[in-house]
Design a protein around this ligand. Structure first.
Ligand code: PLP
Length: 416
């Protein structure tokens, strides 16, 4: 394949932008391919190649690229304007939908990204409890802000940089960490420290996964946090509407105090949201003393795309079953092989270069990243784009058809 145009674009971009990219995980070596258009389950590159996409923009595009219903909704809203700086009727409409779907959300605030949502949720938990510390899960990723950029997953793990320069040690000293799937570790941290405001957790580890919760793990941490008066924040930026309507809190029957959302709820446009128990949310400004604000919050285009996506998911009840069927078929076709394990949950899946499915961050780090590098190159040559990191989840969408799945099964089998 000739990727001359991508290589030239990257050479120019590197002079103008740090690392040549707008977000670290996109910096594929020796240079990333440049996308010019997308449709359904496919990306078209500036070099004239078409790729089957198993990244789906890292999760938002559950219906596929340029889905007609979302496109029509966005086009319709464009006629009426794309930023008002005032409330719009879209906000209560979407708030009703989102809170109706999530048992842990009586009220919601819309923001512009998942990072903004987790940042605000942590501030709110501190404001509500009057306590200082937070606990996060090793390998959990909650965006690129200071309090949570500690042993993060996603790009930070891939680059082997668990912390970031510029993050104050004093600040991170308020962030404690425990391993995933280990309720005893959480119990002992909370027993030893009584100044913990919140536990923030991806209920299914998505940024190094999927790493799945063991039986009763989420219920156990719910009980432990309750017993210690610690706010439980489910970061459902990936799992929200991905593992089903109502996200992981419905799937695993565990009600958090606060929930953060992003990705799918924007239908592919920038968005985030945080919400939770009424008595906690009533502390958010202007109703209460916990300040949070944003020029683009409740953006009409993002809300329109989000409403169209969530309504589509509600109205097509077979989507989640079909998605589950696709990853199951993929697993059955690929089978198991020494040195690898296939993990899936609904439309989230991954081939780990490790004999057994990992249970936590330490086990994920045991994966053979050299084997992954060779695999990634092979997949790319076969016309398939999987996220360029052993640590990122692969995603399928409603747009992946039988032909795409057959090509995926063949390539995974050959390249792993
Ligand atoms: N939380 C989780 C679980 C995420 O996966 C991400 C991003 O990948 C974020 C928060 C941050 O979201 P955003 O990239 O929209 O800021």
């Amino acid at each position: 394949m000739n990727h001359k145009s991508s290589s030239e674009l990257f050479a120019e971009a590197k002079l103008l932008m740090p690392g040549g990219v707008s977000s670290p995980v996109r910096a594929i070596r020796p240079y990333p391919f440049y996308t010019t258009s997308a449709a359904g389950a496919h990306l078209a590159t500036v070099d004239g190649t078409t790729l089957i996409d198993c990244c789906m923009a890292y999760g938002p595009l559950i219906l596929g690229h340029v889905h007609p219903a979302i496109r029509t909704a966005i086009a319709g809203q464009l006629e009426s304007g794309w930023l008002y700086g005032t409330p719009s009727p879209l906000e209560p409409e979407f708030a009703k939908l989102v809170t109706g779907d999530h048992p842990g959300m009586d009220m919601v605030r819309f923001v512009s990204s998942g990072s903004e949502a987790t940042m605000a949720a942590i501030r709110l938990a501190r404001g509500f409890t009057g306590k200082k510390d937070i606990v996060k899960i090793e390998g959990g990723f909650h965006g690129a802000h200071d309090a949570v950029l500690v042993k993060a997953g996603s790009g930070a793990t891939t680059m082997g940089v668990p912390d970031s320069a510029g993050v104050l040690a004093d600040l991170v000293a308020h962030t404690r960490q425990v391993p995933y799937n280990d309720p005893e570790a959480l119990e002992s941290v909370l027993s030893a420290h009584n100044d913990v405001a919140a536990l923030i957790i991806e209920p299914v580890l998505g940024n190094i996964g999927p790493v799945l919760p063991r039986d009763n793990y989420l219920r156990d941490i719910r009980e432990i946090t309750k017993a210690h008066d610690v706010i439980l924040i489910f970061d459902e930026v990936i799992t929200g509407y991905r593992v089903g309507i109502g996200g992981a809190q419905v799937k695993y029957g565990t009600k958090p105090d606060l929930t953060t959302l992003g990705k799918i709820i924007g239908g592919g446009l920038p968005i985030g949201a945080f919400g939770g128990r009424r008595e906690i949310m009533e502390l958010v400004a202007p109703q209460g003393p916990v300040y949070q604000a944003g020029t683009f919050s409740g953006n009409p285009l993002s809300l329109t795309a989000g409403i169209a996506t969530i309504r589509h998911l509600h109205n097509h009840s077979t989507i989640y079953r079909d998605l589950e069927g696709k990853t199951r078929a993929l697993e059955e076709s690929i089978g198991s092989k020494d040195g690898g394990s296939f993990v899936r949950l609904g439309s989230m899946f991954k081939y780990f270069f490790r004999n057994t499915p990992p249970q936590n961050y330490r086990e994920v780090k045991e994966c053979d990243t050299t084997a992954f590098g060779t695999f990634w190159q092979g997949m790319f040559r076969a016309g398939i784009f999987v996220p360029p990191s052993q640590f990122e989840t692969n995603f399928l969408s409603a747009a992946h058809n039988d032909q795409d799945l057959a090509a995926l099964a063949q390539a995974y089998t050959q390249c792993r």
